[in-house]
Design a protein. Structure first.
Length: 100
């Protein structure tokens, strides 16, 4: 880490946003992984079975689909958007409805 600069150095807004988006995605990924893993183990210990996929089974297929779909789209392969949609459906399908 670098110490604060005196006087402070202003940064362009595009740079701040460009640095903030990946930070937010990493934070959300860690949060999503942690919550899904905690719910998985809690349900497994309480009920003896789990209806979710846990952190690994929820987040990793989504991340791989987004990365692969993005790479395919950049390479000009038409099915890239379908892979991204499949990853999006996967992460949405794992959402709890909160009704017991």
């Amino acid at each position: 880490l670098s110490p604060p600069e005196v006087p402070g150095v202003s940064r362009p807004a595009w740079f701040v946003v460009a640095a903030s988006v990946p930070t937010a995605l990493v934070w959300y990924g860690y949060y999503k992984f942690s919550v899904e893993e905690e719910l998985f183990w809690d349900e497994l210990l309480r009920e003896g079975r789990a209806t979710g996929c846990g952190g690994y089974g929820t987040l990793f297929p989504f991340v791989y689909a987004i990365l692969l779909g993005g790479a395919l789209t950049l390479a000009g392969v038409e099915q890239g958007s379908e892979v991204i949609e499949a990853g999006s459906l996967w992460i949405l399908a794992g959402q709890e409805d909160g009704v017991d």
